[in-house]
Design a protein around this ligand. Structure first.
Ligand code: ZN
Ligand code: ZN
Length: 373
């Protein structure tokens, strides 16, 4: 079957993307779903900050590729190994494929699935490449590839949701909500009354802010380099906001919290943000990062301070979530008004305007733009 998709052939094209057009709308062919694969009609796919890190070459991937990993749609057809989904079911896609068989999967940490991460690096599904153009392979992006009318994905990359939730809202749960809310609830285990700082207020950072609220944090300090993001965070429940460019940012957070926060979240994907998140964390506190900087990026830490202050540093991938367990919980909290993720939607775009959408994202003034298909 042939369908329309935004294809990237070359990494590192410069901004403005509206001119260099790294993503081109082309026709792509998909093989019928085999084994535990499912063909999905994509209805909504949002622009996330980890897409531009592939466009600009920070996260090198085989080319050509179809990007897009925060998405939702309807099941069209299931492979012979899938018996718990049927045509018409609504599904949210998850960017960490899980095989269900490896030690990490069996221990309840599907985000750490080794075959899944190897497939993501190689641009394949767990079972190979299913996309092509004139017989040549087109690679999969994190097992999803949703900037397209159709996607073929592994069953382990899908969570079935009820058909009442609008699909543009549902899409956000696949990356931003799982990653941000999960970082607060699963990775950090923020406790009632905790003091929290969130560095980087994109879709993931603002969801960490929501997660900290759900957990009952008493103080949530928002940090970002953009004042409009700080204003948005205050509207969404941050108790205080400090501009990360402020030379006194660390001192201000320490003054606001009598010595630092219990949990510092790095949600911007940069070494500067990581240093800031670590420095605002109190003695005995925990610094959590969900950022994905360039693989060459190194972070220097004063070793003695880690020891003498009994600090903890934790990485968080997919919010340490078990997606089929956590996503229905987070959707339920959304419906009760406790995770107002719809407030993160900045605009809706057609697939043809995807390059302009990435320019908007780079400006730092949008949270979630959603391609509707
Ligand atoms: Zn994402
Ligand atoms: Zn696995």
């Amino acid at each position: 079957m042939k369908f329309k998709a935004a294809v990237i052939r070359e990494m590192g094209l410069a901004q403005p993307y509206a001119q260099s057009k790294p993503l081109k709308i082309e026709e792509v062919e998909v093989a019928p779903p085999a084994g535990r694969e499912v063909l999905v009609r994509v209805r909504a796919a949002s622009l996330c900050h980890s897409d531009p890190s592939t466009i600009n070459g920070n996260r090198p991937r085989p080319m050509p590729m179809i990007l897009g990993h925060e998405a939702a749609g309807g099941v069209v057809e299931c492979g012979p190994g899938v018996n718990d989904l049927k045509a018409g079911d609504h599904v949210v896609m998850v960017f960490a494929p899980s095989c269900g068989e490896c030690i990490a999967c069996k221990e309840g940490h599907p985000g750490r699935c080794e075959p899944g991460q190897m497939a993501n690096g190689a641009g394949t599904l767990l079972g190979g490449v299913r996309l092509s153009q004139n017989g040549a392979p087109v690679y999969h992006h994190v097992g999803v590839s949703a900037f397209a009318e159709y996607a073929v994905v592994n069953r382990g990359s899908l969570v079935k949701i009820d058909n009442q939730l609008p699909l543009d809202q549902a899409a956000l749960f696949g990356c931003a909500v799982l990653t941000g809310v999960g970082a607060a609830l699963n990775t950090a285990r923020v406790f009632p009354g905790a003091r929290v700082a969130v560095v980087g207020l994109g879709g993931v950072g603002l969801n960490a802010l929501f997660g900290a609220q759900v957990a009952g944090a008493s103080q949530i300090i928002a940090l970002d380099v953009h004042d409009d993001k700080l204003e948005l965070a205050k509207k969404l429940g941050a108790t205080d906001a400090v501009n990360a460019k402020d030379a006194d940012a660390v001192a201000k957070v320490k003054a606001l919290t009598s010595g630092g926060v219990d949990f510092g979240f790095e949600m911007a994907g940069s070494v500067q943000a990581m240093e800031l998140a670590y420095r605002v964390t109190r003695r005995g506190g925990t610094t959590v990062t969900a950022g994905l900087p360039h693989p060459d990026a190194r972070w220097a830490l004063q070793h003695v301070n880690l020891t003498a202050e009994e600090r903890t540093v934790k990485g968080s991938y997919v919010g340490s979530c078990v997606p089929p367990r956590d996503m229905p919980r987070y959707i339920d909290l959304y419906r009760k008004g406790k995770l107002p993720v719809d407030k993160l939607m900045s605009s809706h775009l057609p697939l043809e305007q995807i390059n302009e959408g990435f320019d908007n994202l780079a400006s730092g003034h949008t949270v979630r733009q959603i391609i509707t298909l």
